[in-house]
Design a protein around this ligand. Structure first.
Ligand code: ADP
Length: 193
């Protein structure tokens, strides 16, 4: 089972991706986590990436597409994958489509966790407090930029999956376990079909 999880920063993609991974065996591929671990390595590439992440901007498509192509073809994704944070631009979505076609795979579901902007600032503030500010991009100023990028660049990707008939909208403002149940309903339907 191959999935994409969409949603604004703080929508809960990471939490839900982990739950799906545990239940269904598909592997979580968080591009944010991959980039942050490269940042921590202190390499030249990592330093360049950190300045992009801290500004709330997007890493160039070419870099992201290579990173994801490599991850998807790893044995860990033999039973499927859950893309968390990718694709974030139409260019990435088109490249993903092409890449999957070449290896004879396809996306089964694209799930969007819908959360109003007003709620996200509080969630990110809480996350920053709980993690002791572990993510240097979890601050009000960078969040504003991340949200703007989400609306301008990532939301326009949704019709691409809507046209394929695989986009499922979920209320990401419901309690976390309800969100999980809504996702299970989507994934379960497929299994029963
Ligand atoms: P969130 O969705 O909570 O904002 P992520 O952990 O998914 O956070 O991503 C953090 C940052 O990593 C983004 O703001 C962006 O700079 C970079 N990033 C992650 N995925 C991508 C991607 N697919 N394309 C470009 N940049 C990305």
């Amino acid at each position: 089972m191959n999935l994409i999880l969409f949603g604004p920063p703080g929508a809960g993609k990471g939490t839900q991706a982990q739950r799906i991974q545990q239940k269904y065996g598909a592997r979580q591929l968080s591009t944010g986590d991959m980039l942050r671990s490269e940042c921590e390595s202190g390499s030249d590439l990592g330093q360049m990436l950190k300045s992009i992440l801290d500004a709330g901007q997007l890493v160039p498509d070419e870099v992201m597409v290579k990173l994801v192509a490599y991850a998807i073809q790893d044995d860990a994704c033999a039973e499927g994958f859950i893309l968390d944070g990718f694709p974030r631009t139409l260019g990435q979505a088109e490249a993903l489509d092409e890449m999957l076609r070449e290896i004879g795979r396809a996306i089964d579901h694209a799930i969007i966790l819908e959360v109003d902007d007003g709620i996200l600032l509080d969630r990110i503030r809480n996350r920053a407090a709980q993690t002791g500010g572990a993510r240097s991009d979890d601050n009000a100023e960078t969040l504003k930029k991340r949200l703007e990028v989400y609306h301008k660049q990532t939301k326009p990707v949704l019709p691409f999956y809507e046209k394929k008939g695989i986009l499922r909208r979920i209320d990401g403002m419901a309690p976390m376990d309800d969100v999980t149940s809504q996702i299970d309903a989507v994934l379960g339907k497929k299994a029963a079909a």
